[in-house]
Ligand binder design. Structure first.
Ligand code: UGA
Length: 445
């Protein structure tokens, strides 16, 4: 199938390259000529494990990039609309979606064959039918359901494992206005055999995406609320509490062999210093805002955001148990990215924490395996000393704050023992044994 993908951000580029790998003929479109040139040289503009290799093996073969949207739409059977929907503080900004819908409409005017347009961007329920379709019809002078089809196909990629998530999907969600559109979308996904495919309307597909992310974010805030209560009551460890909760056979079913299936979703039940990234905070806030339009107070999701906003300050509260004044205090921050496996610092809990340390006059040292450059942009003007290993970063530190679950941080006990040091450790991800130092503070304990 000939596919055009509009937008070469995270979702667009990964989807485009993976669909080419699966045998489709794909052209990715972007209005940024530098980005397009880079992609055509097989250089990925974003870092994602395995993407460079896949780009290299498909470029000039079944995959290319261009700035010519009209030509790409005219010469393909199906277009994926994968532009960004940034959150402007009160709602998602649809300016890129609108612009691309208009340009696709203009292209459709000159196309005689039937075409399918599929929205892949994360958009609130109703956007495809009420914003995209009217623009397509207006600028093409044609009718949806007759001259062209429109669908909605949300993406469930995680940063850091996007290629593997796309190539091995857990579900394929196909929203569409009619049978013919569903047929063409099914053809797009025919190389992914054996995967459950849900065929529904566009609004339902849009809602599935928001509900999925809201559920995961809710689990995190729920665990953090329970964890904070465990800490306040004292002598209760939230890790042990959750272990006991997860033993419920409705959560972890017992097999005939006596073994248990522990669903991977339970990792979202670990108490920590909060969720971040480009999706959970933005999507939950956008859904709250959207709910207000329908007189739904969305009080649970408001609490999810509220708890998450406060959670990084738990780290500061723990620090204040030992030091009222941060001035001159030498603090090592381990982990800056919002999660391991990425250099992404968007909405990272490290940001409010480092801001507070900076305000208090602390001497800040930091180590993150990949996010140092990103951090230098985020904390411009701050005096932070960055280190390239945990070992070198430890010298003279009075406090260690562990903020990201990078696997290499589990080496800390051996490193600390070898160095013979005894700083205060505040473990925001509960990765370390409690007896690692004299004064250990773990979120949820
Ligand atoms: C999230 C969803 O997991 C994807 O399914 C979705 O496609 C994506 O948003 C999106 O909407 O585009 P992502 O933000 O990359 O993906 O990251 P996650 O790995 O889910 O992490 C989100 C937050 O959950 C992070 O703050 C992380 O620390 C936390 N998390 C992650 C956990 O608490 N436990 C985990 O096991 C994984």
């Amino acid at each position: 199938m000939k596919v055009s993908v509009i937008g070469t951000g995270y979702v667009g580029l990964v989807s485009g390259v993976c669909l080419a790998e699966k045998g489709h003929e794909v052209v990715c479109v972007d209005n940024d000529v530098l980005k397009v040139n880079k992609i055509n040289l097989a250089e990925s503009p974003i870092y994602e494990e395995g993407l460079d290799e896949l780009l290299l093996s498909n470029i000039g073969n079944r995959f290319s990039a261009t700035i010519d949207l009209k030509d790409s739409v005219i010469n393909s059977d199906l277009s994926l609309l994968a532009v960004g929907t940034p959150f402007n503080g009160s709602e998602i900004d649809l300016k890129y979606v609108r612009q691309v819908a208009k340009e696709i409409g203009i292209a459709l005017k000159e196309k005689n064959d039937y075409h399918v347009i599929v929205v892949k961007s994360t958009v609130v329920p109703g956007t495809t039918d009420e914003v995209v379709i009217p623009l397509l019809e207006k600028y093409s002078g044609k009718k949806s359901g007759i001259d062209f089809g429109v669908g909605m196909n949300p993406e469930f990629l995680r940063e850091g494992s996007a290629i593997s998530d796309f190539m091995n999907p857990d579900r394929i969600i196909l929203g569409a206005i009619d049978f013919q559109t569903h047929q063409l979308m099914s053809e797009l996904y025919s190389p992914f055999s054996g995967i459950t495919c849900l065929k529904i309307n566009n609004k339902t597909a849009e809602m599935i995406k928001y509900t999925s992310n809201s559920l995961l974010a809710t689990l995190i805030s729920f665990s953090n609320e329970m964890g904070n209560l465990c800490s306040s009551i004292g002598n209760i460890d939230a890790l042990e509490v959750m272990e006991g909760v997860i033993l419920d056979k409705r959560i972890s079913p017992i097999l005939e062999s006596g073994d248990r299936i522990v669903p991977s979703i339970t990792s979202y039940l670990e108490a920590g210093c909060g969720f971040g990234g480009s999706c959970f905070p933005k999507d939950v806030k956008a859904l709250i805002q959207h709910g207000a339009m329908y007189d739904q107070s969305m009080s649970l999701l408001k609490s999810v955001i509220d708890i998450n906003y406060k959670q990084p300050f738990e780290i500061i509260n723990r620090l204040k148990k030992y030091y009222h004044d941060f001035n001159g205090l030498k603090i090592l921050v381990l982990g800056l990215a919002f999660k391991p496996g990425t250099n992404d610092m968007r909405e990272s809990p490290a940001i409010p924490i480092i801001n507070q340390l900076h305000e208090g006059g602390a001497v800040i040292q930091a180590f993150d395996p990949v996010a140092e450059e990103e951090a230098k942009n985020v904390f411009k003007g701050f005096e932070i000393t960055y280190f390239s290993s945990i070992n070198s970063a430890l010298n003279g530190v009075q406090v260690i704050l562990l903020l990201t679950r990078w696997p290499e941080f589990s080496d800390l006990p051996q490193i600390i023992k070898k160095k013979g040091i005894d700083p205060l450790i505040i473990d925001g991800r509960r990765m370390l044994p409690k007896n690692i130092v004299t004064h250990y503070e773990g979120i949820g304990s």
